[in-house]
Ligand binder design. Structure first.
Ligand SMILES: Nc1ncnc2c1ncn2[C@@H]1O[C@H](COP(=O)(O)OP(=O)(O)OP(=O)(O)O)[C@@H](O)[C@H]1O
Ligand SMILES: [Mg+2]
Length: 498
């Protein structure tokens, strides 16, 4: 709930709120299943939208889509508000400007990028290539660049890898060795990515990042909801998408230092999936990007069950923290609770560790950064209810929203423009055509040769027939002359032959 330009999340002894100027210092929402993480995220996202800050959400269960509908008053919500000291009659229920996206194009506008945009090194990391294989992949990119061939979709990069393998000998001097087994490994990894939905993700029209950073006509930030139910089943593609998005934003957005409010806020629900499936190199990259993206005015908020789901170097950068209840059945869980409690600045009024296990649904331990960027003393607070509807929406409503959106039609139809695949194919066809012509020319030449030879043969035959006649005459004469030759009259014979 936006109140006095503060992002109010809940109330304990006092209201707890995120300062807009500290919102790009990232955050974490943790808690066991069903404790209220997604609703807390929703409450934050709504306030950002109201402030004119666009939001990007990864929606794993589909339960964030309700942002598009006005919330419904209920006894439970009234009770919650009264308990917090608010008058339920004054609580405003409303819907928010929402834009649905989906890599598969089924539950939102399609989101695509091109292979060239992704770049060789990121693609190599995501395909899990070895150093040698990565080297071959970057040769494919360089040859494509030098030839002016665009790498748009996966068939482009597949034919490019095939092309450099076929032309390895002539490329050797300029680009280095292109090993066949490495190229084979790349092709196999690309096939896997294709099966995981990469065919849809890589293509055109590719997403313009500015389309994620928009406000509506009333100046409210769009809540961009990426439908992830299916995407999460393909961890490789999910990681690809996440990292690409962060990296692209980092590349594209100008440096803003410490803005008075963020340019964009990212929420990643079920973030443990990102790190548990990511390769170590990928985690390094996430750490690096999260660190640097702050100065571009982008706040990144991770949502997961335990703080330990997030690698320490990333965790250390998450300044705004909400800890919902955790369970403590096993020694491992007890240790996790201890660690979570120790990450907060203690409040003398309660025992943090004990409180973590006591919290009710929609209650949390909260510590946001103060005006100097220091974590505030932890507060035990009840989280506000969201103003929009909780839970999912039906397919009809989703479809209607997607169609009514002015973004509808911009990305819906994939186009297959001329790129490396087509150019390589036409180059191969041309090569084939030239070969065919050369072959034809050779045949013609052969034919000519044959005709010439036959003519010569015919002439020869005629000559030899004439010679035969002559020789038989000569023989007749010869026998007589022979007598002369034998008589030593050789020169006379010569005369005869002439
Ligand atoms: N702040 C809140 N105001 C009102 N109701 C809440 C609040 N927080 C949680 N609830 C109730 O608790 C339910 C579960 O909350 P939520 O879906 O946010 O849990 P979660 O931690 O995201 O669970 P999961 O790990 O399964 O995704 C909600 O559907 C809602 O009914
Ligand atoms: Mg949830």
């Amino acid at each position: 709930m936006l109140s006095d330009n503060r992002i109010v999340i809940g109330k304990g002894e006092q209201e707890v709120f995120i300062r807009p100027e500290m919102a790009n210092r990232h955050g974490l929402i943790c808690g066991a299943t069903g404790t209220g993480k997604t609703i807390t995220l929703k409450v934050m996202a709504e306030s950002f939208s109201d402030m004119g800050v666009p939001v990007f959400l990864a929606d794993v269960k589909g339960d964030l889509a309700g942002c598009v509908k006005r919330g419904v008053r209920s006894d439970a919500i009234d009770k919650r508000l009264s308990g917090m000291g608010y008058d339920p009659d004054n609580f405003e229920y409303k819907n928010f400007p929402v834009r649905f996206w989906d890599v598969y194009g089924e539950c939102g506008h399609p989101v695509r990028t091109t292979v060239s945009e992704m770049g060789a090194s990121l693609l190599a990391r995501l395909l899990g290539l070895s150093d040698v294989q990565s080297g071959v992949l970057s040769i494919a990119f360089r040859v494509a660049d030098d030839k002016g061939w665009l790498l748009t979709d996966l068939k482009d990069i597949r034919s490019m890898v095939a092309y450099i393998t076929d032309h390895a000998a002539e490329l050797l001097n300029r680009y280095g060795n292109i090993s066949k087994p490495s190229a084979g490994a790349i092709q196999r990894a690309l096939l896997q990515l294709e099966d995981a939905g990469g065919t849809l993700f890589f293509g055109e029209p590719d997403i313009k990042l500015s389309d994620f950073i928009q406000v509506d006509e009333d100046g409210r930030g769009y809540i961009n909801i990426l439908h992830c139910a299916k995407l999460f089943r393909s961890p490789m593609l999910y990681s690809t998408f996440m990292l690409w998005l962060l990296a692209e934003l980092f590349e594209d957005l100008p440096e803003v230092g410490d803005p008075e409010k963020p340019k964009l806020v990212f929420f990643f629900d079920e973030a443990h999936l990102l790190f548990s499936t990511a390769r170590p190199m990928l985690t390094d990259k996430v750490e690096q990007v999260v660190k640097l993206i702050r100065s571009k005015g982008v706040g990144v908020y991770f949502i997961t069950q335990q703080p330990s789901d997030i690698p320490n170097p990333v965790l250390a950068q998450l300044g705004n923290r909400v800890q919902h209840a955790l369970r403590a059945y096993t020694p491992l869980e007890q240790r996790a609770i201890k660690a979570a409690a120790q990450s907060f600045r203690a409040n003398p009024n309660f025992d943090t560790e004990k409180a973590i296990t006591d919290l009710g649904t929609g209650e949390a331990l909260i510590s946001f950064l103060d005006e100097k960027g220091r974590p505030s003393i932890v507060e035990r607070a009840t989280v506000l209810p969201p103003q929009s509807a909780m839970g999912a929406i039906d397919d009809e409503r989703r479809k209607a929203e997607i169609h009514a959106d002015d973004m509808y039609g911009v990305y819906e139809e994939a186009v297959d423009n001329e790129s490396a695949y087509e150019l390589i194919n036409s180059a191969a066809e041309q090569e084939e055509e030239e070969k065919r012509k050369a072959e034809e020319e050779k045949e013609k030449q052969k034919e000519k040769e044959k005709e010439k030879k036959e003519k010569e043969k015919a002439t020869q035959k005629k000559k030899s027939e004439a010679a035969k006649i002559a020789s038989s005459t000569m023989n007749t004469i010869g026998r007589e002359v022979g007598k002369s030759i034998s008589r030593g009259l050789l020169g006379t014979l010569k005369k005869w032959i002439k």
